[in-house]
Design a protein around this ligand. Structure first.
Ligand SMILES: Cc1cc2nc3c(=O)[nH]c(=O)nc-3n(C[C@H](O)[C@H](O)[C@H](O)COP(=O)(O)O)c2cc1C
Length: 312
């Protein structure tokens, strides 16, 4: 290894990771460069590396990296590094926490003619989040749930037509952001098992309720009754205070439960699976309240009286 490579690596590394000059690495890597993650097994080329750097820098814009040590071998270089940054945008599916984090890693560079041909990275983004007490979303490793592989994509209209044939109830999923109650209308509720009492709900990541749900330990699920047509409208909207006109109370762990619902439960969030645009929350029910009133029925964009169904 040439003595001259160490300052080159240090400055290119800082320029790329800390200053966002993604082309700073170009002069260091050979044609056919590959970067392998020990944590996920993912392999990327220089373009993929630049995309990874851009994603990290977007999430942690004040990123600062210290090269702790560079150990030179015969045709290889080991780089030990420490980075700190403030988590202000989504990373690995985790909405911004505002927390400043520190993480360490080591990279083994294989050199040919003074350039890097292969880089093996020992660093695990999910460990970083775990150190913060944040469980990352399942499904962040490749392939993600919902990756289509080689199969042709089903047309969206066909998928919608299929869903229109499926009858559901309507729920309002709730949580609290600090002391503020939050919630959205959702018909993706599904009972997973009775023993143990597991349920699931799918929430779109663009929902304004999503960041609060993501960081909550518990959530509420309210099955709406026939008298709550206006409640659906409000909770399917982006109204700033959806609870303003409502009577509600807290479950044992603080989740908002809507008065007048056909049934309400509070559940502990146990898993969060990443599925492209949505996150699937798997929850263990800890508390349930059942009312005699008839549930609302939803089919193909319309709402029906669940107390007035004709039995087959
Ligand atoms: C009947 C019905 C069912 C819905 N089901 C879901 C659902 O399962 N998951 C979801 O993320 N959004 C669902 N939505 C859409 C959300 O309620 C809607 O996007 C809402 O504006 C989100 O509010 P927020 O951004 O304030 O959280 C549904 C809407 C309706 C009317």
């Amino acid at each position: 290894m040439q003595q001259t490579l160490e300052p080159l690596i240090t400055s290119a590394w800082r320029d790329a990771w800390d200053k966002g000059d993604l082309n700073a690495l170009d002069g260091l890597v050979a044609d056919g460069y590959t970067r392998i993650s020990k944590a996920t097994g993912a392999t990327v080329d220089i373009t993929g590396l630049k995309a990874e750097i851009a994603a990290v820098r977007e999430a942690f814009p004040d990123l600062r990296t210290t090269i702790d040590n560079i150990v030179e071998g015969d045709g290889t270089v080991a780089v030990f590094w420490t980075s700190t940054g403030t988590h202000i945008h989504e990373y690995l599916g985790v909405p911004a926490t505002g927390l400043t984090v520190q993480t360490r890693g080591s990279n083994i560079l294989v050199l040919k003619d003074g350039k890097i041909t292969k880089e093996t990275v020992t660093w695990d983004g999910s460990e970083l989040l775990a150190a913060l007490g944040i469980r990352p979303l399942r499904g962040t490793a490749t392939p993600e749930v919902g990756d289509s592989g080689e199969s042709p994509e089903l047309h969206a209209d066909l998928m919608k037509a299929f869903n229109r044939q499926f009858i559901t109830g309507v729920t309002v999923v709730t949580t609290k952001e600090g002391e503020t109650p939050k919630g959205l209308a959702a018909n993706s509720y599904c009972s997973v098992s009775i023993e143990p009492p597991l349920v699931l709900i799918c929430v779109q990541k663009t929902s304004s309720t999503y960041p609060a749900l993501f960081s909550s330990s518990h959530l509420g699920i309210n099955i709406l009754g026939t008298g709550q047509r206006e409640t659906v409208r409000v909770f399917a909207s982006k109204a700033p205070d959806k609870f303003a006109e409502l009577e509600w109370h807290e479950g044992p762990n603080g989740s908002p439960l809507l008065d007048g619902s056909a049934a309400s439960l509070e559940a502990e969030i146990q898993e969060r699976f990443q599925a492209k645009t949505h996150t699937v929350f798997i929850c263990r029910v800890r508390h349930a309240e059942i009312d005699d009133s008839a549930p609302m029925v939803y089919k193909a964009g319309r709402f029906y009286d669940g107390g007035n169904l004709a039995e087959l």
